[in-house]
Design a binder for this molecule. Sequence first.
Ligand code: C5P
Length: 243
Amino acid sequence: SPVAAVIPAAGRGVRLGPGIPKALRTLGGTPMLVHAVRAMAASRAVSLVIVVAPPDGTAEVKSILDAHALPGGSPGGGWGRTDVLVVPGGETRQESVRLGLDALPPGYEIVLVHDAARPLVPVDIVDAVVEAVRDGAAAVVPALPLADTVKQVEPAPVAGRPEPVVATPDRSRLRAVQTPQGFDRATLIRAHETITDDVTDDASMVERLGERVVTVPGHEEAFKVTRPLDLILAEAVLARRRL
Ligand code: C5P
């Protein structure tokens, strides 16, 4: 069955600093979103990418993608074997993903959800996620062990004041999860129809349904570009790849 990837790219990227939407910031001169689309299209399995654009920026995103597509172009607009669609997003990441899923044509039984903010994910990770879904998992997340110890705190009554620590989960059993996360289509759609709480990833919605979610090894280069320091790291990774 062919695989589709939904790329939520409608965030403002406030933590990165003021300016244009995060997905349109450049790395090595190329918008992050273009790197993310290429990363998905690099997988032989992925034949459709649905980009979820800022609601007021759909036309701009379309023209940026057109400008970076291969010249000549396939019917899909020059991304090799992969078609690229652009749809408007929403207020939250999960609303943006749901709007992307609304545009999913029939026939795609495996769906990836990949953050535009993870532009440098290696294709091996994309393929490993797809393979695990093909092997029967309803939901698959790339995951890495943590370098830092994690504390659970009580929110401080006043922002910026010390916060009481309430617990220290066993680090050896914690994982930082990345994207693309891969799903059986029906499971992902049911999760988005059923779970309305504020969550930060799609796999956690599937967990709430009581379905089994599994991990595959993630990759350091699939890190999320969130803060200014991440841009410096991303530029360095790109420069090393170009050597
Ligand atoms: O905010 P966070 O870093 O978790 O965002 C992860 C991804 O979700 C980013 O690629 C961002 O563009 C996307 N997003 C979205 N719609 C929103 C907020 C975030 O597509 N309303």
